[in-house]
Ligand binder design. Structure first.
Ligand code: AMP
Length: 490
């Protein structure tokens, strides 16, 4: 087995690695570090959790340890798809570069330009940025990219999902032709292949096994859920979640609860809070300081439940998450593996429980196919599907009752900053929700010409009654839909 000391890294970097407690390089590090130190382009096909951040940070620090940056001319550039990932890379950089005198700046949306301008003006060795914010600085004439010697693109597949590829191509064009490129992606979609063929020169290709299987120390389970009545489904689903959490008791020290849509992230977080659970949401519509605060309190153990969207939680490294709850079945099977991989880290045990509705069946089948195993079924804690009893224990509190019926909300784009794109979709708000989702806003389009995938995928017509067109003969009087007990109760 190769040792870090055999990789030609700067001794000061080796000291920091030693203090971080790493014993030996991971496969992506073993492959990428020597190639990067030789000055070669690197194409790393690896997912988060494989140690890929260190695989580009360590050689980058070693290479930059000599020389100094000039004002407004960064010597290296790391592009990340989300602010959270950029912040995480910056943290990694601080850890590994603590004995090397290097300067860095983090350019992410949702933070004032002024502070970032000051940092750039002083001259930075490493610029860590989201593509949108980087181009904003460039367009304001504050940044010159002619001195970039190494450019890193992290999570290129996410960049593709978020519509950032045109931005990335433009940034490639703004950096010197002679730069070295370290490019990382979990998958090689045709568009990613095209970019690498265009902008990388004879790269060392390092591929680490695709994460198709979840770690063995994660116990998995799924509740096949069907609402007793369509108009009660959303409320009942939230109740199922609460019961699943309760069933875990003290074993559930903390958890990430994933929802597919940003509106549901808000709704679920508010609903949990209302029921006395210590929960907070995180998604791209929230302002940066709130996102940072929420993440920090979750990391620090002060917040117990983080309700998250895929984009906001992607790649986040919180070492001890006891549970993951999938409130929704993710629409991409690989996201399931990513989501549940937030628990059971660093050899700990973890548990991942999912709620699968009837309409999720296709996506659920795809997940079991990908992981090549059957996810054990858990009984619906609400019992078998029956006409909804009017029993009070099944009802949400009064405040959670419908206040109004309204048309479905229009998808809201990521508005906080151009650096986070609207990959998540807003669904129509459940009509029986008392706590309103964020107000509708017109979709924001960037001044730059982004691809259509940058826009939220519309969920189409509401099937929960919002603006459903009732045709002749479609209407069923409400009393017919009630159970016998409900009718008798009046
Ligand atoms: P990443 O894939 O970059 O998100 O890294 C996942 C986790 O692995 C992070 O918590 C790193 O601190 C950790 N890590 C990175 N390299 C090593 C290593 N060689 N040995 C042990 N842990 C590592």
């Amino acid at each position: 087995m190769t040792k870090f000391s055999e990789l030609n890294l700067n001794p000061k970097v080796l000291k920091a690695i030693d203090e971080a407690g790493y014993e030996s390089p991971t496969p992506i590090q073993e492959g990428a570090i020597p190639a990067a130190l030789e000055g070669r382009d690197v194409l790393g096909i690896a997912q988060t959790g494989t140690g890929k951040t260190a695989s580009f940070t360590l050689p980058l620090i070693t290479q930059l340890a000599r020389g100094r940056a000039r004002a407004r001319m960064p010597r290296s550039l790391v592009l990340c798809p989300t602010r959270e990932l950029a912040a995480q890379v910056a943290e990694n950089f601080d850890t590994y570069a603590k004995y090397v005198k290097l300067s860095k700046a983090l350019l992410i949306g949702g933070v004032s330009f002024k502070e970032q301008d000051t940092a750039i003006d002083k001259g930075v060795d490493v610029l860590i940025a989201t593509p949108g914010r980087l181009l904003d600085h460039f367009e304001r004439g504050k940044l010159i990219l002619n001195d970039v010697k190494v450019m890193v693109v992290d999570e290129a597949d996410r960049m593709l999902d978020m519509g950032f590829i045109p931005d990335i191509e433009r940034i490639f064009g703004l950096t010197p032709f002679t730069r070295q490129t370290l490019f990382f992606s979990a998958t090689m979609a045709p568009e990613i292949e095209r970019i690498t063929n265009t902008f990388l020169s004879n790269p060392a290709r390092i591929e680490v096994a695709r994460q198709a299987t979840a770690s063995e120390n994660i116990e998995q389970g799924v509740v096949m859920f069907k609402g007793s009545r369509r108009d009660r489904e959303a409320t009942e689903k939230r109740k199922v979640l609460r019961l699943l959490i309760d069933a875990e008791g003290e074993k559930c020290t903390n958890a990430i609860i994933f929802c597919n849509r940003k509106t549901d992230v808000d709704i679920v977080a508010k609903s949990l809070k209302k029921y006395g659970y210590d929960a907070a949401p995180i998604h791209g519509d929230l302002d940066q300081s709130q996102r940072t605060r929420t993440l920090e309190s979750f990391r620090g153990g002060e917040l117990r439940f983080l309700v998250a969207s895929d984009v906001a939680a992607r790649g986040l490294d919180v070492p001890s998450v006891s549970h993951v709850f999938n409130f929704d079945v993710p629409s991409h099977a690989e996201d399931y593996v990513h989501r549940i991989g937030r628990t059971g880290r660093a050899g700990r045990d973890g548990k991942a429980v999912m709620i699968s509705s009837v309409r999720d069946e296709k996506n659920f089948v795809a997940i079991e196919k990908l992981i090549q195993r059957e996810i054990p079924r858990i009984d619906n804690p609400l019992g078998t599907v029956a006409p909804a009893p009017a029993a009070p224990e099944n009802a949400e509190p009064k405040t959670d009752k419908p206040k109004r019926t309204r048309a479905p909300r229009k998808p809201k784009a990521e508005t906080a900053a151009p650096s986070v794109a609207p990959v998540e979709t807003d669904a129509p708000t459940a009509p029986n929700e008392a706590t309103p989702a964020p107000a509708p806003a017109p979709e924001k389009t960037s001044s730059r010409n982004r691809s259509s995938s940058n826009r939220g995928r519309s969920s189409g017509r509401d099937d929960r009654g919002g603006n459903k067109v009732v045709g002749l003969g479609d209407h069923t009087p409400t009393f017919i839909q009630l159970s016998f007990e409900e009718r008798r109760a009046g």
